[in-house]
Structure formats: structure tokens, C-alpha cells
Design a protein around this ligand. Structure first.
Ligand code: NAD
Length: 249
């Protein structure tokens, strides 16, 4: 396996991270790419290759064909259950233990941060491991699988849907408010594996920057945020985050 090139970390960034009373990380699908989970911009494989995930993760798609959407999430849930957290997830969990104050804000629904040991965490887009009633919104952690059909709510009989935020839906108010508050208060914001194109999460780094935080992008590719970040660390999260963590030793 090819080794990643050494990561060039600016001394001022290391000093800022060491001295920061409050560090926040904002993560997106890219941090789970090294765990084998596709981002929405990567091509899906197998059965789902001909679908654009951005057309399935919507209320309109569920209203049109609940079974199709439910099956896609069931397939993703299965892949997630077989995936393992990677070095990037573990480095953030370790950073939580080392920083005086730390918060992780994730757009991911895969639960890999928790499995890596992160505890101070806001899931902005829900979690694929839960479902909720499509009519009443009641959240459930378990449901009866129904052959050939979408499972239904035990209370009202409406179809269950995954407890995730779909494109076009509002984010949970309390979670978003807590994330925004953290942006205004943090000293360093690490933005990891997000294209910074899905709003309102994409607006969070700018809030942090305007409140005086040092914004660090960690991503192998240029994004909508790159030009506005104070530091851009080009590389995979699984290489860059452990390197950043090692500077705190
Ligand atoms: P995105 O798909 O828009 O962007 C992914 C970003 O990750 C890209 O900028 C890409 O360059 C970067 N990337 C790829 N490999 C990387 C690596 N090894 N290390 C660091 N960065 C890497 O993802 P998004 O910005 O999170 O927005 C898409 C939406 O899709 C979100 O709402 C998210 O909830 C959802 N989503 C979640 C998952 C998941 O939970 N694992 C998977 C797919 C999509």
C-alpha cells in the first residue's frame, strides 16, 4: 500500500490548536470514505448504481415510492453495520479527550463517530440506525421487518421512514442552534470531509470565521470553503487528523 506524503503542518496552526480552550470539528461524508462508505458524490455500486442518492434522500422520493427509498436505506444500514471507524474517527475521539473543551458536529448519519468513542456530539442530519413514523414523527430504534413492504408504525399504521434529515427538510432546531452557538464560541474549527455545499450546515464555518475562530479545512479536494479557510490541509482525514493529533504530544 502506498504511504501518504508527510503532512506539512504550519507552526502557528499547531500553537493555536495547543492553546485553544474550545475546539470544534464539523464532519461530512468524506470522513467515512476511508471506512468504505460512499459519499453522495461518489458513484454508488451494485444495485443502486443507476440511482442518484440526491434524488432518493428527499420527501418527494419517499412519497412517490416509499419502498424504493426504504430499501436504499436498508442497504446503506447494512453496509454501515459492516464498516469500521477509521483513523480519522479515532483521532477526533482522542482529540475530545485531550482538548479542554471539544464538540463534534456531524452531518453524517452512520454513527461511526460514536463507535470510535466520540461522546460530545451533535448529529445534524439524524441517524440511519433509527426510524420514525412518517405521519406522527415518533422515533423508534427497532421495528419489525415486513417482507416486500415498508414497516409500519405500531401506533397508527403509517409507513416508517429513516430518522434522517432529507434534502429540503429543516434541521432539528435544538441541534442547529447548539451547533451555531459552538461556532460563535470556538477558537479552532476543523472542517473535515465536507463539500460545504449542503445548507444550512455549509454556513457554519463562515459563522466561526466571523466570530474569530481559526478555520482549518481537511479534505483531499478543493471545496466551496477552501478560499475562506485560514488553513487548508490537503489529504485524507485518516492521514491528516492523526498527524494533527500527534503535534499535541
Ligand atoms: P459530500 O458527499 O458533499 O462531500 C464529501 C467530501 O468529502 C468531498 O469534499 C470530498 O472531497 C471529501 N472527501 C473524500 N474522501 C475524503 C477523505 N478520505 N478525507 C477527507 N475528506 C474526504 O458530503 P457532505 O458535505 O457531508 O454532504 C452530503 C450529505 O450527505 C450530508 O448531508 C450527509 O449527511 C450525507 N451523507 C452521509 C453519509 C454518511 O453518514 N456516511 C454518506 C453519504 C452522504
Amino acid at each position: 500500500m502506498a504511504t501518504a506524503p508527510p503532512i506539512d503542518l504550519d507552526a502557528a496552526l499547531i500553537d493555536a490548536l495547543r492553546a485553544a480552550p474550545f475546539v470544534v470539528a464539523l464532519t461530512g461524508a468524506g470522513i467515512s470514505a476511508e471506512s468504505g462508505l460512499a459519499t453522495f458524490r461518489d458513484a454508488m455500486d451494485g444495485l443502486w448504481a443507476r440511482f442518484d442518492p440526491r434524488d432518493l434522500a428527499t420527501p418527494t422520493a419517499f412519497a412517490r415510492n416509499p419502498k424504493l427509498v426504504w430499501d436504499w436505506y436498508a442497504w446503506r444500514r447494512e453496509r454501515i453495520s459492516m464498516a469500521q471507524p477509521n483513523r480519522g474517527h479515532f483521532a477526533l475521539a482522542e482529540l475530545e479527550r485531550r482538548a479542554p473543551r471539544f464538540l463534534l458536529v456531524t452531518q453524517n448519519v452512520d454513527g461511526l463517530h460514536q463507535r470510535a468513542g466520540s461522546r460530545q456530539l451533535i448529529e445534524l442530519h439524524g441517524n440511519i440506525g433509527r426510524a420514525k413514523c412518517s405521519r406522527e414523527g415518533t422515533v423508534v430504534g427497532q421495528w419489525e421487518a415486513v417482507a416486500g413492504a415498508v414497516p409500519t408504525c405500531a401506533n397508527c399504521g403509517a409507513p416508517l421512514r429513516p430518522d434522517v434529515v432529507w434534502f429540503g427538510e429543516p434541521l432539528p432546531e435544538v441541534s442547529l442552534a447548539a451547533a451555531e452557538d459552538a461556532m460563535h464560541r470556538c477558537n479552532v474549527l476543523l472542517v473535515v470531509g465536507t463539500s460545504a455545499e449542503v445548507y444550512p450546515a455549509a454556513a457554519l464555518p463562515e459563522m466561526a470565521r466571523q466570530s474569530g475562530a481559526i478555520v482549518v479545512e481537511i479534505n483531499p479536494n478543493a471545496t466551496a470553503l477552501s478560499a475562506a479557510a485560514n488553513y487548508v490541509l490537503r489529504g485524507a482525514a485518516g492521514d491528516v487528523l492523526p498527524a494533527l493529533l500527534a503535534t499535541l504530544d
